[in-house]
Write a protein that binds this ligand. Structure first.
Ligand code: GDP
Ligand code: MG
Length: 204
């Protein structure tokens, strides 16, 4: 059995739903009073993939910043892919996605020098009051080189596992193109110190 170990980063302004997304994806729950993340929160998820392969995801969920901040290179090191998230009810969170993507592209790349697979998630699509149009998301996603974009609702459990599955597919196809040998040795080495989780801080 081949195991792929993939480090996936979640970035985006505070309150867009990153922690709720990871929590829903890993634990299958939506908790309205989910606490704001302080520091970095690590979560693991094991995905059965094929008869001979499984995927172990290490999900890095960053601190709840209100606005964009430049991240340390250490955060990006060894990453296989990234999720940039905004809230369709917040124009400011959408505008910040440009900077989040640029920061990622400045500080990380694939072994062939290309940008990392990165998806754009338009979260809270259950909201009636949307201020970001589908047309502008579409244009922005193309212009900034996102692998794809998707509307999600963590609340209604819409497109959460679908988005992750498509991202993992993309990462694995990139990795197998870059290294035709079985990718067992490729990927991020899990540091046992990083495998715990921590939840602290004030509510959002
Ligand atoms: P983070 O700061 O990006 O990690 O955001 P959180 O996960 O802490 O979520 C911020 C707030 O948005 C919380 O009150 C969540 O309950 C709420 N939230 C997250 N996802 C959704 C969603 O899909 N729809 C709605 N309506 N609210 C959501
Ligand atoms: Mg958070």
């Amino acid at each position: 059995m081949t195991e792929h170990l993939l480090k996936i980063l979640f970035v985006g302004d505070g309150c867009v739903g990153k922690s709720s997304f990871v929590h829903r994806y890993v634990n299958g729950q939506f908790n309205k009073s989910y606490k704001m993340t302080v520091g970095v929160d690590f979560n693991m998820k094991l995905l059965p993939w094929t008869d001979t392969e499984k995927v172990r995801l290490q999900l890095w969920d960053i601190a709840g910043q209100e606005r964009f901040i430049s991240m340390t290179r250490i955060y990006y090191k060894g990453a296989s892919g990234c999720v940039v998230m905004f809230d369709v009810g917040s124009a400011a969170s959408f505008l910040s996605c440009r900077q989040w993507k640029q920061d990622l592209d400045n500080k990380s790349m694939r072994s062939d020098g290309q940008p990392l697979p990165c998806i754009l998630l338009a979260n809270k699509c259950d909201l009636k009051e949307r201020v970001v149009s589908v047309d502008s998301i579409q244009k922005f996603s193309q212009a900034c080189g996102f692998t794809f974009w998707m509307e999600t609702s963590v609340k209604d459990n819409r497109n959460v596992s679908e988005a992750m599955r498509r991202l993992v597919e993309e990462i694995l196809s990139v990795q197998s193109a870059l290294s035709p040998l079985p990718p067992s040795g490729v990927g991020f080495q899990l540091d046992s110190q990083l495998s715990g989780t921590s939840h602290t801080g004030c509510s959002c």
